[in-house]
Design a protein around this ligand. Structure first.
Ligand SMILES: NC(=O)C[C@H](N)C(=O)O
Length: 451
């Protein structure tokens, strides 16, 4: 094991037979594993051992996979380079002087280095796709509600999904086949959600892959076969090129992106230009919403219910403050403070409500774009992987790196990052975005990029 990709290297054996028998999986350290330490990359949870498995972990075990360790990550998922981990930064296996991306940097690095066949990450604003792009592997952010989050330590619930990372599109899709499907323990998976967030009435039969009875018969994963969709057939597919997200990107990245599109056209796809006016507000809206949700979620780490103890001197406020001062890193503290501010009386309308309005606009823009295209394309990241240590001093610069990935989370859509060659020896990722529950379409198009 190398590159500091793992926080804990304990092996968890699966049930033997099954679609993932003989395959090794790295699991991001914010996904609960019964009896195996789950730190979220934080000193706060250094000795936390969950008493239960996340549903995705149960499904991995049932599918016969062997979990080879808990993967390093930005603390609580907050970062894009895996340098905010309390357990030290991860090196990019392609160039060990560079970051692997984040926040699921350990997951992507483990797969890129061959330390695991497959990995699970979580993607709140790009955390699966960003490290997949930077490490030259494949990552999928599923549609909100496709995959159970039971046992995922929450950062920003309205945005995040657990997603697969692998060296090929077919492998990533096969892992999605195993983890997707309704889960009675996660209400957000038990539906065909209508646009207002209401649940469908039909909650009868057990869904495919569900470890327990229950779940919606109409859940989109029930009839899907994501691995079979990796057939490379893009003939007749209309790909919308999101022109707004090319301005400001590194020229070398844009070159690789355009070469990948030309290749797709040569295979029978058509490309059209689409413009999403709202995306220039997406990073701001994402960070207001993500930090607001984080400030509420992370309130539970107070040294009493969870986390390092703040001692028993003074009143309970002082004790909580001492625990949080000691247990959280700088980036996490920054986000709790900003999120609390954005939600506070007098500022709520100015920041949080405005961000929600921008989010609704982003959703509408995507709806319009999918009237004209089957899938949308952008570079996954506007830049090549920075050098280790280069980005930490400037959080705003780091947030701007998420420009192409966060709109997808704001709109709760699926997207995949697939390798699209290299710029000066560094991996470049192509992002393909699908309509809600359009995972098969993006898997199909991405498999054509692999050639
Ligand atoms: N968690 C993520 O998806 C990464 C994003 N850069 C964030 O810090 O929120």
């Amino acid at each position: 094991m190398s590159h500091n990709a793992f926080i804990t290297e304990e092996t968890i054996e699966g049930d033997g037979a099954g679609p993932l028998a003989g395959r090794t999986v790295a699991v991001k350290d914010n996904i609960s594993t019964e009896g195996v330490r789950t730190t979220c990359g934080s000193a706060m949870l250094e000795s936390y051992v969950p008493p239960y498995d996340a549903t995705v972990v149960e499904r991995l075990k049932q599918a016969g996979a062997t979990i080879v360790g808990k993967a390093n990550m930005d603390e609580f998922g907050m970062g894009g380079t895996t340098e905010t981990s309390a357990y030290g930064p991860v090196e990019n296996p392609v160039d060990t002087d560079r970051v692997p991306g984040g926040s699921s940097g350990g997951s992507a690095a483990a797969v890129a280095a061959g330390d695991a066949d497959l990995a699970l990450g979580s993607d709140t604003g790009g955390s699966v796709r960003n490290p997949a792009a930077f490490c030259g592997v494949v990552g999928i952010k599923p549609t909100y509600g496709l995959v159970s989050r039971y046992g995922l330590v929450a950062y920003a619930n309205s945005l995040e999904q657990i997603g697969p990372i692998a060296r090929t599109v077919e492998d990533a899709a096969a892992l999605l086949d195993v983890i997707a499907g309704p889960d009675p323990k996660d209400g957000t998976t038990r539906y065909d959600l209508d646009d207002d967030g209401g649940a469908a009435d039909d909650r009868g039969a057990a869904g495919r892959g569900s470890p327990t009875d229950g779940g919606s018969a109409t859940h989109p994963a029930t009839d899907a076969d994501y691995a079979a969709a990796a057939d490379g057939d893009v003939e007749g597919t209309t790909i919308g090129v999101v022109t707004d997200l090319l301005d400001g990107a590194d020229d070398r990245v844009v070159d690789r992106f355009e070469a990948a599109l030309a290749d797709l056209r040569s295979q029978g796809a058509e490309t059209v230009e689409v413009s999403l006016d709202s995306v220039e507000h997406a990073v701001q809206a994402y960070y207001v919403i993500a930090m607001s949700e984080a400030s509420s979620n992370l309130a539970r780490f107070d040294g009493v219910r969870y986390g390092v103890s703040g001692g028993y001197e003074g009143n309970w406020n002082e004790s909580f403050a001492a625990a949080r001062e000691e247990g959280f890193g700088e980036e996490v503290k920054r986000r709790i403070l900003l999120g609390t501010y954005a939600l506070s009386a007098g500022y709520h309308d100015k920041y949080y409500k405005k961000a929600q309005d921008a989010r609704a606009w982003v959703k509408r823009d995507f709806d319009d774009a999918f009237e004209r295209a089957d899938v949308l394309a952008t570079p996954t990241m506007p830049v090549v992987p920075p050098e280790l240590g280069e980005s930490l001093s400037d959080p705003l610069q780091l947030y701007l790196m998420d420009a192409n990935t966060v709109p997808v989370n704001l709109a709760n859509l699926p997207a995949i990052s697939v390798p699209a060659g290299e710029a000066d020896g560094l991996p470049v990722g192509l992002q393909l975005i699908g309509p809600k529950f359009g995972e098969e379409a993006i898997v199909r198009a991405a498999s054509a990029v692999e050639g």
